[in-house]
Each structure stands twice: as C-alpha cells, then as structure tokens.
Design a protein around this ligand. Structure first.
Ligand SMILES: NC(=O)c1ccc[n+]([C@@H]2O[C@H](COP(=O)([O-])OP(=O)(O)OC[C@H]3O[C@@H](n4cnc5c(N)ncnc54)[C@H](OP(=O)(O)O)[C@@H]3O)[C@@H](O)[C@H]2O)c1
Length: 404
C-alpha cells in the first residue's frame, strides 16, 4: 500500500520527481506537487495525464519560505513525507514545518543562507535531536551528487574494502543543449557553487584552493577525456565524517570552454555577485537578475544530445591487498526527454529522490533523526537504480579513469 507524498518545487527536478512518483503507485498512493508558481505545477500535472501515468498529480501553491503557509498545507494534505526539490534556501523552513506537523523529510541539496555563498551540513545536522524526539526521519542530499555518489561509496565500503583511502567523485556532462550559455540546474545555485573557492580533504584537513585552479583531463567511459575541475561539493563533508579511513576525498566536474568563457565575462562585469546594488531606486541582486534572463533548467531537454557520466573511484585495501574500484552511471539526455520530458541532470537528480522516498515509504530505510544517504544499507537503493532508469556499472581492480 503506497503512501501520500508532497513534492515542493516545480522546476527541472520537480518535474522528474512528480512523474516518477506518479509512475509508481505501489510506493506513492497520492502525489501532490506544490510550488511558488501554481501554473508550473499545473503544466506538469497536465503532462502526467497526457502521457498516461497511473496516478493523477494534485497541485497546490505554496511559498516555502513561509513556515505557517507550509504548516497549513501539510495539515490540510496530511502527507507521509515531503520531497523538497525547491532551492537550498528553503531546507530549514520545510524542516521546521515537518516538525510542526509530523511529516518526514527528504531533500537533494544542503541548506545555504541567501546572503552568504556557503553550503555545509551543520545547519541541518543541528535538527538531529528534534527529528529523533518527534519520531521523524530527514534524509539529506538524495539526488545524484550528493545522493547516488554517497550510496556508491557505501556500497564500495560494504562489499569491496576493509579500508577506503582515496575517493574521487568524477562528474561529466558531455551533452549539448544548443544554447550559448545555460546551467543544467538552478542558475543561481549552480553559479554560487562554482565561483566559490575549491576545497578537498587530505590527511584530516580541508585544503582550500582558488576557484577552478586545479584541473586535468579525466577519461570517462563511452565519452573519452574531458577537462575536469576540482570543486568543493557537499557530499565530501558527510563522506569523510562517515568513512573516517578516507585519507583524501576530491570532487571533479567537467566544464566546456564556452561555458567557462561566459562565466569569466559575467564574473568580470559583476553579474555573478550576490550583494544587492541600487538600480533605478530598487535593490537588485545581480545573480538573481542573471537567473531571470537565463533559460530555466526545465526547458533545456528538448534538443539536448549526448550523455552524462558520474561515478566514484576508490582506492583502499581488503585483506591487506590494494583494491581499486570504479562505479558509475552513464545517462543519455535524449532518453530522459523521451521518458519524462527532462534533460539528464534533472533526471539523474529526480530519480534518486524518488527512490529514497520509496525506501522511506516502505520502511526499508527508516530511522528517526537526520541522516545522509551513506548511513543506510546501500543494497536496496542500488537495486532500485537498475530498475528505475539509472543502471550502474562497476570495475574492480580495472583501469581507472582518473590517474593518480
Ligand atoms: N543532488 C543533486 O544531484 C542535485 C543536482 C541538481 C540539482 N539539485 C538541487 O535540486 C533543486 C532543484 O533544482 P532545479 O534544477 O529543479 O531548479 P529550478 O528548475 O530552478 O526549480 C526550482 C523550483 O523551486 C521553486 N521555488 C523556489 N523558491 C520557492 C519558494 N520559496 N517556495 C516554493 N517554491 C519555490 C521554483 O519556483 P518558481 O518557478 O516560482 O521560481 C522552481 O519551481 C535545487 O535545490 C538544486 O540544488 C540537486
């Protein structure tokens, strides 16, 4: 018997989560999609009907910055859980509303305050005791990265290693959406992420580097070598905490030259700033204005060609011998569009969110408190990835894409 779920956020990822939930009535008996702009929810619900999904999606308007409005919505709808795929700024207000109404919680990106481009788990981990006491569960970072990358790491640890020592998460988008410049997920969040300083974990401490200053070609399966840049990414924080044998953890992401050139110009002219300026008597934030003129991630799918490849490569030991392990998924943008009218980055985020929620609904992953995905048994999640559209491949002691 499925459970009732509310999805918050009707953007690129919300579209995928809504459709994947509506496709799976065995996990989700009722699906409500709520967002700031009601007509975006309605357009997604209409598409679900058009493509003949078994569950009809109900729609609601809500401002997720407003805790009383969320409390009212949750009290009216009485869902089992909320899947938060709005923006990281809304994580804490939605968690507060969950505590007030007895609703379980899942998200795909950790909280960051609007006025500081800084993301870390401390704010959400601070809810641990309150969720535990209320008998509620919050699952943090259940997209692809963070999300599947944590499940991959837990799976590697469980099945292949006594001790993991070196972790490299490698993320490639070798797709082409045909636009001069666009971001694959929310532009504001994306640009904040890559213009801040890079950071990686080595020998018990964080090493900070200038943004995009370390890069090298990495050879991705079925794609080939692509220049990849060392970034700070949020799952590094929870993974080095939960797997303390890791001596070094890094995150790499590909960027094309045209993207980097556009970004450099936008940065040089001040368009990526998050500090308000006065314009015609109004306070405007340049990055928020930039977001308003860029294509929305949910609109990029139609002519998107090529594929993504995201995986974890790990080095460590088992029975005193050295082991290397690589696990990854490749996902074609065009296949995602055919199935749920989305591009691959929205798809690779939305499918794991639906899978995490299904495991919570079924009680397979369930524990009161606040958790990251790698704290649960990875096996059922890995099985569901193969079933719901993100099949994975692994190589044990094979050649690694990233040479050390
Ligand atoms: N873990 C991963 O692998 C991963 C990967 C990609 C993205 N993400 C995360 O996924 C989330 C969604 O990304 P996206 O690409 O779908 O972004 P998007 O297309 O910009 O969609 C964001 C949605 O949230 C809604 N929203 C924003 N503020 C709201 C508020 N106060 N109340 C209610 N709704 C609000 C927006 O409404 P409007 O339409 O009215 O603006 C929009 O529908 C982001 O947090 C992103 O960081 C995670």
């Amino acid at each position: 018997m499925g459970k009732k779920v509310i999805i918050i956020g009707a953007g690129g990822v919300g579209n995928v989560v809504a459709k994947k939930c509506a496709m799976n009535p065995a996990y989700f008996s009722e699906v409500v999609l709520a967002s700031r702009t009601l007509k975006k929810c309605e357009a997604i619900a209409e598409e679900c009907k058009k493509i003949g999904l078994p569950t009809s999606v109900q729609t609601r308007q809500v401002d997720a910055d407003d805790v009383p409005a969320l409390v009212q919505l949750f009290n009216q709808e009485k869902p089992f859980m909320v899947i938060n795929v709005a923006l990281p700024y809304q994580d804490l207000t939605i968690m507060d509303a969950c505590l007030a109404t007895g609703v379980h919680y899942l998200d795909t990106a950790n909280y960051e305050p609007k006025d500081v481009a800084k993301f870390e788990y401390s704010w959400q981990w601070a809810y641990q005791e309150r969720f535990k006491k209320a008998g509620l569960m919050a699952l943090l970072g259940c997209g692809f990265d963070p999300g599947v990358t944590g499940v991959y790491t837990a799976y590697a640890n469980k099945h292949y290693f006594d001790e993991m020592h070196y972790l490299d998460i490698i993320d490639c988008n070798a797709g082409d959406h045909g636009k001069a410049f666009a971001t694959n997920f929310n532009p504001e969040i994306n640009i904040r992420e890559i213009t801040q300083k890079g950071k990686y974990w080595e020998n018990g401490e964080w090493i900070e580097i200038d943004a995009m200053s370390i890069h090298k070609p990495i050879s991705y399966p079925n794609i080939g070598p692509k220049e990849s840049y060392l970034l700070y990414h949020e799952e590094l924080e929870s993974l080095v905490k939960n797997f303390p044998t890791i001596k070094r953890a890094r995150f790499w992401m590909t960027f094309g030259q045209a993207y980097l050139t556009h970004l450099e110009v936008l940065q040089n002219v001040g368009m990526t700033s998050i500090h308000p300026i006065k314009f015609n008597g109004l306070d405007i934030v340049p990055l928020e204005f930039l977001k308003a003129v860029l294509p929305e991630p949910g609109t990029l799918g139609e002519n998107y060609s090529g594929q993504t490849s995201i995986g974890c490569q790990i080095k460590g030991t088992k029975d005193n011998s050295e082991v290397t392990y690589y696990v990854y998924n490749n996902c074609h943008h065009a296949d995602c569009y055919k199935e749920v009218q989305a591009q691959g980055v929205s798809y690779t985020t939305g499918v794991p969110a639906m899978i995490g929620a299904s495991l919570m609904c079924e009680g397979v992953w369930f524990n009161p408190g606040v958790y990251n995905v790698e704290e649960f048994n990875p096996d059922p999640f890995m099985e569901l990835l193969n079933i719901h559209g993100l099949p994975w491949h692994e190589e044990v002691n094979g050649e690694l894409p990233h040479t050390y």
